[in-house]
Design a protein around this ligand. Structure first.
Ligand SMILES: [Zn+2]
Length: 356
């Protein structure tokens, strides 16, 4: 990430965890080279083509960028393809806003404020689903934590709780905190006692799960406040602690339990208001109905990253039954705001030196 941010967008109105920021650098020397040498355009034509250039969302948000794009954390980055220095490099800032009830007002206000001239900002909408959004969130969370410092377990817990209950002031609840513990007394919510934070069993179980998910891709995988756990150990704990019953997961097969857990965590955006004690309406996602038809459900499944789905291959022939109570991905709309201001300015100044 480049630190010289002169014109940050004000995102303070958005609940925590609902906006993800990406920065991608683009080498204008490489772009001009592609347009003039490879495509044979005159500099003037190349200039007007380049000005209109809009990268794809993938180019802006995924790691492993290809020429002329690249990622760099250095203060004085150089193009990895041609070695060009800073004045040839422009950056795109991309903000991905999760479309949900709690972000609607802030999003509309933000879009209204953006300058309209010269396509300084692009706004792109993309359909996604709760699983993909959840995995992206986990990914970003993992990259922002220092997994070599055990403090990350507490930080991950805080970020999860902030995502789950955005209205609570978690900064205050976590100030000077030393430990997070499972409460034997509380049935819901949390309480602070000295330097310790006690979470109701269900919240605590979810915090552990998030820690497991964040760290399982790291070196030895699966570090939690309960120590290092394999998936089997994790599930056993959740089962005996009553968590699986509580959220209505009755499957025995670990991979099926895991899939259900992911869907459950992923679909819980506004769940504090829809949660009831009975298992049957445990996930009352607002858009669930719209993704229940076989076709859109299938496509939702394709979008979800990783993991092959085993549920349809159930040995007990469950697949043929209607699945009234299945938790599945909810459709989520993502709103990407691409800041092209730096790009437009640099293209102009580079062209001036290029043509002159
Ligand atoms: Zn270059």
């Amino acid at each position: 990430m480049v630190t010289t941010k002169k014109r940050e967008l004000d995102l303070s109105e958005f609940p925590p965890g609902t906006v993800t920021e990406y920065t991608t650098l683009v080498c204008l020397a490489c772009i001009f080279d592609i347009f003039t040498k490879q495509l044979g355009l005159a500099p003037r034509t190349a200039f007007s083509e380049i000005k209109r250039h809009a990268p794809t969302i993938e180019e802006l948000t995924q790691s492993g960028a290809i020429r002329p794009y690249f990622d760099s954390d250095e203060k004085a980055p150089h193009c990895p393809y041609c070695g060009s220095a800073k004045r040839w490099l422009a950056r795109f800032d991309t903000y991905c806003i999760e479309g949900r009830k709690t972000t609607d007002t802030a999003r509309r206000a933000l879009l209204k404020k953006l300058p309209k001239a010269d396509d300084q900002f692009l706004v792109i909408e993309k359909k996604s689903d709760s699983r993909a959004v959840f995995f992206d969130w986990l990914d970003t969370l993992g990259r922002n934590l220092d997994l070599d410092d055990e403090r990350w377990l507490i930080d991950a817990t805080r970020m999860y709780l902030a995502r789950r209950e955005p209205k609570t002031n978690w900064d205050e609840a976590f100030a000077e905190l030393r430990a997070v513990r499972r409460s034997n007394r509380l049935t819901e919510g949390w309480e602070r006692d000295g330097a310790r934070l006690f979470l109701a069993p269900q919240l605590y179980s979810e915090a552990i799960l998030i820690q497991y998910l964040v760290s399982r891709s790291h070196a030895r995988g699966g570090l939690t406040l309960e120590g290092r756990l394999t998936l089997m150990e994790m599930i056993r704990r959740l089962r005996y602690g009553g968590y699986l019953d509580q959220i209505g997961i009755t499957e025995r097969e670990p991979s099926e339990v895991f899939e259900k857990l992911i869907d459950y965590l992923a679909s819980t955006h506004e769940w504090t208001t829809v949660r009831t004690a009975s298992g049957s309406d445990r996930v009352t996602g607002k858009k669930k109905a719209s993704v229940r038809t076989p076709t859109s459900r299938d496509s939702d499944r394709v979008v979800s990253k990783k993991k092959s789905k085993k549920s349809s291959k159930s040995p007990k022939g469950k697949a043929a039954q209607p699945e009234p109570d299945v938790i599945i991905s909810e459709a989520v709309k993502l709103h990407y705001v691409v800041d092209r201001r730096d790009f437009l300015e640099k293209v102009k100044s580079v062209y001036a030196s290029y043509a002159g």
